[in-house]
Design a protein around this ligand. Structure first.
Ligand SMILES: C[S@@+](CC[C@H](N)C(=O)[O-])C[C@H]1O[C@@H](n2cnc3c(N)ncnc32)[C@H](O)[C@@H]1O
Length: 353
């Protein structure tokens, strides 16, 4: 699911959508983005918003709301840390536990974390520049601005989707190990790439302030992320898969056995994902995958071709293919530097016969 872009478009087009996502913060973003709020609920959220600001001004706060993240104070000025704590305390004091309203405000809070922190805004991984000292944005005003943006987005989205039969539900958490009684006509993924970025760490500040993760959750989510370098090849590997990737992993293994093991595990994870999706699709259903190639230790690994062949081993037919050159790298997800720059993205379509 990532942040739910595809699900949002699916709902706007009137489809019933289901999603799978492992990162608790990404799940929160998707959850809020796909929830429908009626007019009365929007009015109530506005009332709660006013009460939150009043409570914020009263200066009450509870230190139990401080994220359980090592070095959290490093990222903020003392004033900002104090203000964020006041704001989070006010949000939790005015919203019901586990409510859609609380989730909405958790997301608005998360949205202001980067601008209010000392970290650069442009980099994906949190980083404080010593050369260019940033002035953190003020908490109250930034919250007000974000709130207005979010409430308008949620209201407009809800108004369009409310009059359709479109629905959203979760089909699972782990994309390499899920099963559901729901059936799909189309599945779409832009999976993490081999050598991909460490998403969990990029969003650790937002995630922890939103109450989605602490240090141990971040570690465990990271270890389950497809493509993460902590995932080394297991022992129960599929022989047909090994035959398919043998040529590449042998070459990678000559200079870097650890990377070769990560590569094997990546394709094994993707094989499990392809199998879960196969079981979820109706006959005639299609799985569309958007992937870039990876250059691992100088070896060009044609990821899309390998994934298509794994799909064929599982019973899919490789029915369509196109690629495009990435025009604006700022909009794409940067890869680990040792993965090389990815210029072309490939889209493959696998059909369940
Ligand atoms: C490239 S992003 C997807 C972006 C998405 N297409 C969008 O439009 O926002 C990859 C996503 O896969 C998720 N992910 C990685 N490993 C996963 C797993 N084992 N199960 C479920 N989701 C996983 C990551 O948390 C991340 O949100």
């Amino acid at each position: 699911m990532g942040s739910g872009t595809t699900a949002i478009e699916g709902l706007l087009a009137g489809f019933s959508v289901m999603g799978v996502e492992i990162d608790p913060f990404a799940r929160l973003v998707s959850e809020v983005s796909t929830t429908l709020f009626c007019r009365d609920e929007i009015r109530t959220i506005r009332e709660i918003y006013k009460a939150i600001l009043v409570r914020f001004d009263s200066n009450e706060k509870s230190t139990s709301n401080l994220p359980a993240l090592q070095n959290i104070a490093y990222w903020f000025t003392e004033q900002t840390l104090n203000d964020l704590l006041r704001l989070k305390s006010a949000i939790y004091a005015h919203c019901q536990v586990d409510s859609a309203t609380l989730n909405f405000f958790r997301l608005v809070l998360a949205d202001i974390i980067r601008p209010c922190s000392k970290a650069e805004r442009q980099t994906l991984k949190p980083y404080i520049s010593k050369k260019y000292i940033k002035t953190p944005a003020p908490v109250r005003e930034t919250f007000q601005k974000s709130f207005e943006n979010y409430i308008v987005a949620v209201r407009d989205f809800s108004e369009v989707v409310q009059n359709t039969d479109a629905t959203f539900e979760w089909a699972g958490t782990n994309a390499v190990d899920f099963s559901t009684s729901l059936r799909a006509d189309i599945a779409i993924t832009s999976p993490p790439y081999l050598n991909a970025l460490d998403y969990t760490r990029c969003i650790k500040m937002e995630s922890s302030w939103a109450g989605c993760a602490d240090d141990s959750v971040i570690r465990s989510v990271k270890n389950n992320q497809v493509g993460d370098e902590s995932r080394k090849a297991g022992s129960d590997l599929n022989d047909a898969l090994l035959d398919l990737i043998n040529e590449y992993v042998t070459q990678i293994g000559e200079t870097d056995p650890r990377r070769a093991s990560i590569t094997i595990q990546y394709f094994d994870d993707m094989r499990r994902n392809l199998s879960c999706v196969y079981n979820t699709l109706r006959n005639g259903g299609e799985y569309h995958l958007i992937v870039g190639n990876s250059v691992i230790r100088g070896i060009d690994v044609p990821t899309h071709e390998i994934l298509a062949k794994i799909g064929e081993q599982l019973g899919f037919s490789w029915s369509a293919y196109f690629n495009y050159r990435i025009k604006d790298h700022r909009l794409s997800i940067p890869r680990n530097t040792n993965g090389g720059k990815i210029d072309i993205e490939h889209v493959i379509t696998l059909k369940k016969l």
